[in-house]
Design a protein around this ligand. Structure first.
Ligand code: SF4
Length: 350
């Protein structure tokens, strides 16, 4: 289902807008220097929206400082205490993540909804196994996809009853199948923008794979308006992984490198050549997508290289350069990466 648009600070998500990359700081929010530095690092890495915990009034008091120093939309993550949500709304936050079901008293939910409504602040309802209502866990026999989705819709209804519908939903699980199924249920049942991600994935190696499968499966079906890769590591790595997942799903610009796995025919140092080309092409920021092939031999190499925008089929410590299927010239191995980078830049500027 096409989602409705929601404005988060200077970014609009949903309704077919660009999918935004989100991350979360792991510094103490009250520690202004550490948190500002981390938000800046996330911004430089390509993060679009950053969330931090607002776990006490000291954290809430720091919000104006971040608003003043950061143009990226800031999201306050709040659990249980509606007064912190009111404090964040009054201090310039762009979005609040809170589950109305955790606030308790209906009057207090209303106060939060009203504080957000008058300032056009959206609320994200974030459901996971831990926040799912006991009654739903009993009904479904645990934190199943159906339980998570129903919990999200129940929480949304609590805000709708306060005449509030500036809502983003997320249903996360550390189980990839549960998370994808829950998001698919929501995508069929409502048109609120969906924030997607696998949660509590572990370290970078397996966390990246879980996230790529879960987020990627949904993105390929057109589901998801913001993404977060969740890793037990530096959050900058979450942003880099999210960029790669989006790119590999065909979203956004960049240089797509096609390279062979090498085999007994390879007569050049393809592995370090590809690593260097990857490194240098990541620095090239573009909205366009170019495919650059770097192949290990002349058996399969020219065929692959010909279909790419640019390509090199390596021979013995050398390579044949192709541009749009045409052989341009023979290169010494040491020339391959610098010449490809020069050619990429020329194509992008053409
Ligand atoms: S392109 Fe050539 S070198 Fe690379 S894997 Fe295929 S046969 Fe081997």
């Amino acid at each position: 289902m096409k989602t409705r648009e929601v404005k988060i600070g200077n970014i609009t998500i949903g309704g077919g807008n660009r999918i935004a990359i989100q991350s979360m700081t792991n510094t103490k929010t009250a520690d202004r220097e550490a948190t500002l530095n981390q938000i800046k690092a996330l911004s430089s890495a390509g993060c679009d929206i950053v969330r931090f915990t607002v776990n006490d009034m000291e954290a809430a008091e720091a919000i104006p400082y971040y608003v003043e120093n950061i143009s990226m939309p800031l999201v306050a993550d709040i659990h249980f205490d509606y007064r912190l949500a009111l404090a964040a709304a009054e201090r310039g936050i762009s979005k609040i993540r809170i589950n109305p079901g955790n606030i308790g008293d209906k009057e207090n939910i209303k106060k939060v909804a009203n504080a957000c409504k008058i300032r056009n602040i959206p609320i994200r309802i974030g459901i996971n196994g831990g926040s799912t209502e006991k009654s739903l866990l009993e009904k479904y026999g645990g934190p199943t996809a159906e339980a998570l989705a129903e919990s999200a819709l129940n929480n949304a209804r609590m805000l709708e009853e306060c005449d509030f519908n500036n809502i983003v939903l997320s249903v996360k699980s550390s189980d990839v199948l549960t998370m994808t199924k829950a998001a698919r249920i929501l995508s069929e049942k409502c048109n609120y923008p969906l924030h997607i991600g696998v949660t509590e994935t572990g370290d970078v190696r397996r966390g990246n794979i879980k996230s790529a499968i879960g987020i990627g499966a949904l993105l390929l079906d057109g589901i998801g308006d913001t993404v977060r890769v969740s890793l037990t590591d530096d959050p900058v790595k979450e942003v880099l992984a999210a960029q790669d997942i989006l790119f590999c799903c065909g979203i956004g610009g960049g240089i797509n490198i096609v390279s062979c796995p090498t085999c007994g025919r390879t007569q050049s140092n393809l592995i370090p050549l590809v690593a260097e080309l990857e490194k240098q092409t990541r620095e090239i920021k573009t909205d366009r997508r170019l495919t650059v092939a770097l192949m290990g031999c002349v058996v399969n190499g020219p065929g692959e290289a010909k279909h790419a925008d640019l390509g090199v089929a390596c021979g013995n410590k050398s390579g044949l350069l192709f541009r749009k299927g045409e052989i341009i010239k023979k290169l010494d191995e040491s020339e391959i990466v610098p010449v490809l980078i020069k050619e990429i830049k020329e194509l992008l500027n053409a």
